[in-house]
Write a protein of this length. Structure first.
Length: 317
């Protein structure tokens, strides 16, 4: 496995919005992380990128093992070398990654100069190649434009080119298309999937869109209130969902148009993260709830085919 996350707990002071998260991903694979707003998807991504300290958080427990390197507790200088190099992040809003005052081409060059040690000329040639790879028309012209001169979809392609410029092995894409039009979303997702497969990269794709998951991911981790409540191969998630939350998510996908199948709300509310119910965090909304669910926190039990489910009543259905 290229990346293995085990027992990850992310804390802010005494409060841990991410707890006991575990999954792994290999080269050439796309792992989808899905879950309602506030379920801890972005914090998990931020933890993998080694950026928690910037937002006042820390890794309280667990391991993040990247190609044999333990990232939790790695000194900042070493993290900085990995970040934008072997591990790259793509975020939802291109303007968090782009400098509005700088032409886009040189912004792509930066990662190649920093992480691959290329000189200005070589970095530019590489950036133009990456831009062509991302099907940006007329790369030499676009290279000299400023972000505000580009459409949202083109800006996001530039951000992806920046992420690729350092020659990463792992891409962490946190809702990379959420801010874009539906048709543009589909193009960008397609480009990302092609890249991952062609270059044998690994990608963590965080999304609200179960349709995108069905079409692109090899494996899926479903998060609820800071925990992975189910994880499996993509087919198993859709054909044999075992956690009542996953089952509800899949029931909520509009049948006729999977590509637009964004996640629909499930009855009830996600509990306030600072004020979790005792026992299983899904118990207030669960159709299968029993006494034990109020006292015991279910751990992820993994069965054949690496299908894991965190439900004390998984066999009751
Ligand atoms: N900087 C922070 N300080 C304290 N708590 C935070 C911080 N960032 C996030 N949290 C808490 O962690 C929870 C999970 O946040 P996170 O951003 O990971 O959710 P998410 O699954 O990415 O949601 P969304 O789908 O809306 O992006 C939030 O509900 C919030 O309570
Ligand atoms: Mg998020």
């Amino acid at each position: 496995m290229l990346l293995t996350v085990e027992g990850l707990e992310v804390g802010f002071g005494a409060f841990s919005p991410v707890d006991d998260v575990a999954f792994s991903i290999d080269r050439g694979e796309i792992l989808g992380i899905v879950g309602e707003s506030g379920s801890g998807k972005s914090l998990t991504a931020i933890a993998i990128m080694g950026l928690l300290s910037r937002i006042g958080g820390r890794i309280v427990a667990g391991r993040i093992c990247f190609d044999g390197i333990e990232l939790a507790g790695l000194p900042e200088a070493k993290l900085r070398r990995l970040r934008g190099g072997r591990i790259a992040l793509i975020t939802q809003n291109p303007m968090t990654s782009l400098d509005g005052m700088m032409r886009v081409g040189p912004q792509i060059d930066q990662a190649a100069r920093l992480h691959l040690g290329l000189d200005r000329r070589a970095a530019r040639a590489r950036s133009l190649e990456l831009m062509a790879d991302l099907r940006i028309p007329d790369p030499a012209r676009v290279y000299d434009l400023y972000p505000h001169q580009l459409s949202g979809g083109m800006k996001q392609r530039i951000v992806i080119a920046m992420a690729l410029a350092g020659d990463p092995e792992l891409l962490v894409a946190d809702e990379p298309t959420t801010a874009l039009d539906v048709t543009v979303q589909a193009q960008i997702v397609q480009i990302l999937v092609e890249l991952v497969k062609r270059r044998g990269l690994a990608m963590i794709l965080i999304t609200h869109d179960m349709g995108v998951v069905a079409q692109t991911c090899d494996r899926v981790a479903v998060m609820y209130c800071g925990r992975v409540i189910e994880r499996a191969q993509v087919n198993a998630i859709f054909e044999d969902p075992r956690h009542p939350y996953t089952q509800a998510l899949i029931r909520c996908i509009p049948r006729r148009d999977m590509t637009r199948g964004s996640m629909q709300p499930i009855p009830g509310m996600v509990p306030n993260v600072a004020n979790q119910p005792a026992g299983c965090r899904f118990n207030p909304r669960c159709p299968r709830v029993a006494d034990i669910c109020h006292t015991e926190i279910p751990g992820l039990r993994v069965s054949a085919g690496d299908h894991g489910v965190a439900c004390l009543r998984a066999d009751a259905a």
